[in-house]
Write a protein that binds this ligand. Structure first.
Ligand SMILES: [Mg+2]
Ligand SMILES: [Zn+2]
Length: 265
């Protein structure tokens, strides 16, 4: 069971909103955001928004309070808690940032369910301003993934997660909605699963490039569906692995198996 790694995108996957947009709209930055949108990369633009809040006298605690108002569906919370208690290894990979994600997940009592959060790092500087940095430092930003923004390649992160386990036995379930989730989806193997949010950019890309996808695809629309499908897949993987380990203990049983398994539809 510990062989299942569930990787979640954050914005519009774990939460229904986009956390950057949430802070911008809730804290009255829409006008400035629209003025600067075309002049800065997203990651730098968000750091610039934090500068603006600081100059208006808004504190990091004000930002945290704003984030705590951001809704998180109870089905998503239940799915996270169940997957964690079933022994899955849960991770987040997100182009939001460390402060936003940790604040929201902590507020909902979910932060401890995740073994790792890969996202743009943050810190509070000596003036008390929240700073948002790119995940990849400037030397890495030119290694050339044309699918991802230069500050974060989620496929690079997924490769890193795969190699950190050091063997092929892990099964991945990847959940996401956005354009940036396509690169890691291409890294998944035929024993893995991708759960794209239906009618969102990741789903569109998967539908237009079905031959490029090795993983089994299970779309979802609502938080309720996300929970149902995720827990079904986890259950199906664990049943299959129990059967495999009792039926045979052949040396190649650690390899990816491509035959069909019972899946939720
Ligand atoms: Mg997203
Ligand atoms: Zn990439």
């Amino acid at each position: 069971m510990a062989d299942v790694v569930v990787v979640f995108d954050f914005d519009r996957t774990l939460i229904d909103d986009d956390s950057d947009n949430w802070v911008v709209t809730q804290m009255g930055l829409t006008h400035l955001f629209n003025q600067l949108r075309s002049t800065l990369p997203w990651n730098s633009l968000m750091d610039r928004m934090m500068k603006e809040l600081h100059s208006q006298g808004k504190t990091v605690e004000d930002i945290a309070n704003c984030l705590r108002q951001c809704p998180l569906d109870s089905h998503v919370a239940a799915a996270i808690k169940s997957a964690h208690s079933l022994g899955c290894d849960l991770k987040i990979v997100s182009d939001a940032n460390q402060f936003y994600i940790e604040t929201i997940m902590e507020h909902h009592g979910l932060l401890g369910c995740f073994s790792e959060i890969y996202t743009n790092p943050t810190y509070v500087d000596e003036q008390g301003r929240l700073r948002i940095l790119p995940y990849h430092d400037s030397t890495l930003s030119h290694y050339g993934c044309n699918l991802c923004p230069s500050n974060l390649c989620k496929g690079f992160v997924l490769d890193h997660v795969c190699t950190s386990f050091g063997c092929g036995k892990r099964r991945f379930i990847y959940l996401g909605d956005g354009r940036g989730d396509f690169c890691p989806t291409l890294k998944l193997q035929d024993c893995d699963f991708v759960m794209p949010r239906k009618n969102y950019p990741l789903w569109d890309r998967i539908c237009s490039n079905p031959m490029l996808i090795k993983a089994k695809v299970h779309e979802w629309s609502s938080a309720e569906e996300l929970k149902k499908i995720l827990l079904h897949l986890i259950g199906a993987i664990s049943i299959k692995e129990d059967v495999d380990s009792t039926v045979s203990s052949q040396p190649n049983s650690s390899e990816c198996r491509s035959q069909t398994m019972p899946v939720y539809s």
